[in-house]
Design a protein around this ligand. Sequence first.
Ligand SMILES: [Zn+2]
Length: 287
Amino acid sequence: MRLLALLFLISFSFAQLKVVVTYPWIGYLVREIGGNSVKVHVIAKSWEDPHFVVPKPSHLVHMRNANLLIVQGASLEVGFLPPLLQQSANPHIQPGRSGFLDLSMFVNLIERPTYVSRAMGDVHPEGNPHYQLDPDNIPTLAKVMAEKLCQLDEGNCTSYKRNLTNFLSMWERKSKEWNTVMANMKGTKVVSYHKLYDYFLRRYNMILVGTLEPLPGIPPNPRHLENLIETMKREGVKCILQDVYHDRKVAQWVSSKTGVPVIVLPHDGDDLVKLFDTITAEVQRCR
Ligand SMILES: [Zn+2]
């Protein structure tokens, strides 16, 4: 009897679709839609700089055996994913194959540059890749994921579709809550370290007046900061949005020169509902 149970467990775990994703928020969506039929491995941690994730050999093991790789795309993973993909030697999850899904193909990227030189160090050559921070992008991506899981695992398609329906109605309810909480933030002016929260700010009609970085990925310099401080005073900026992975000293220094408070915000997490609950609550301090 015990042996039978063990055999059942083994065959059950073999039947699970093995999915590798680059970021925690993608892992959350896959688990929501995939339920017990998927086994998810997440490469980056939510407190890591998403542009510069440190690749580890342990990720390779998961990539070697994966049925599906889901990425954020728009060049966000360009610094760490290509060598991992190559070394995984897994033909199923290479770009262009059915086991590869690039979510950036399904959203409207903002801030697409007309001209970009990598020599300038701009880490957003295809436009802003941090699109998970617009709650309105999430339903589209959940649908894309359900479709992909159905394509790779027809047998469980009914359950993927059921999970999708439940997820979408939950998300709609939460989105209404966030809209209500954020209604009073319309027109509030902020600055951020990196162009990380632009999708979120756009969604709720907040105004990004500038960034501590002179260009995405380029460290702040004194001359740029002096100009920014002048602009902040002139525009009546209410807060400095600081991410969890950059050093906070620059933001604190700018804060000391302007009297504008620093607010630390997450940008990723293994529960997207909690992520938006936290951001919408924290950002209230900008009023
Ligand atoms: Zn970025």
